[in-house]
Design a protein around this ligand. Structure first.
Ligand SMILES: C[S@@+](CC[C@H](N)C(=O)[O-])C[C@H]1O[C@@H](n2cnc3c(N)ncnc32)[C@H](O)[C@@H]1O
Length: 294
């Protein structure tokens, strides 16, 4: 009951902010027996954010820019064997990576639905939009051909991903905050990345419900209470925890704040669990990037 009430505000806001078709399709997945491939496809293609052709290329541009700013080098996509973690239902960065010269892309996605991604509507709606965004000579058909040939998606969590690599580059966008086990995830990366491989992971430390109030509810209770009330959609690790997990795995990375929200931090009644473990500076970080040093 507490869980349902805790999420009521989220549902009401979603109803206001989502296109009606997406909200109805998502709500229908809650009805026993209705959830299935047809509905999943409806959701993926009704998702205005997820099917915005410029969204993933914009994120990739930002990862490139941050790598350049903080390491003096770009991501090194041309010729790279790329590992994308948590690509989402429409194969994440893959089309953009191929257009920028990647040799192959392996994606890890626990919710992967191959029937959904292979459906013709994905070509007609999403890939057509991406092709138009990328410009001639790219077409939906040429993208599909390349994806069929050089994209492998592993339906798994990063923690126990069934791959040996090796990969030259690992990327993720808003995924590491969702993995169950940061330490095990970092160990997988260490195992599958080639010597000198590059990494860029954008991590969102907010509550994923209110963009302007990212720390509301999170810092008001200990993690256990948060998980009991809102579910385990985020692991609640903070930037120092991410840095520790990567260092413990033997990965040489920097965790660099990308944006902070001091106002949201000032507006929450900070529970001692958080105040005792982290500085206010660490708690105010909304997004950060994990970048390999080399
Ligand atoms: C917020 S979504 C981001 C999806 C996509 N990167 C984007 O920006 O649209 C987080 C993604 O991480 C995936 N994910 C959750 N737990 C994971 C895990 N343990 N290993 C890999 N991916 C995971 C989810 O299934 C989901 O697709």
């Amino acid at each position: 009951m507490a869980n349902t009430l805790g999420n009521l505000g989220v549902y009401l806001r979603a109803a206001r902010e989502m296109p009606l078709s997406e909200f109805v399709a998502r709500a229908a997945t809650r009805i026993p027996g209705l959830d299935g491939p047809w509905l999943r496809r409806k959701i993926a293609l009704a998702d205005a954010k997820g099917t915005d052709a410029s969204r993933m290329s914009g994120f990739l541009d930002r990862l490139e820019a941050l790598a350049l700013e903080h390491t003096g080098r770009g991501l090194g996509i041309p010729g790279a064997r790329v590992l994308e973690v948590g690509c989402g239902p429409l194969a994440g960065f893959a089309p953009m990576l191929f257009q920028r010269g990647a040799t192959s892309v392996t994606a890890i996605e626990p919710d992967w639905n191959s029937a959904l991604f292979q459906h013709r509507n994905v070509d007609d709606v999403y890939l057509a939009r991406v092709a138009a965004h990328l410009g001639a000579p790219t077409t939906a058909a040429s993208l599909r051909q390349r994806l069929d040939r050089d994209l492998t998606v592993l339906k798994s969590g990063l923690e126990n991903a069934p791959t040996e690599g090796p990969f030259d580059l690992s990327l993720s966008q808003s995924c590491l905050e969702h993995v169950r086990d940061l330490e095990a995830s970092a160990l997988t990366l260490k195992r599958v990345l080639a010597q000198g491989a590059r990494q860029a992971h954008l991590v969102n430390f907010g509550n994923h419900r209110k963009r302007d109030h990212p720390f509301e509810t999170i810092y008001e209770m200990p993690p256990e209470a948060y998980h009991a009330r809102f579910g385990r959609h985020i692991n609640l690790g903070r930037p120092p925890d991410v840095a520790r997990a990567f260092a413990a795995a033997g990965l040489d990375v920097m965790v660099i704040p990308v944006d902070r929200n001091e106002a949201s931090l000032a507006n929450v009644a900070l529970h001692p669990w958080w105040a005792e473990r982290y500085s206010r500076e660490e708690l105010a970080i909304r997004t950060a990037i994990v970048l390999s040093r080399t």
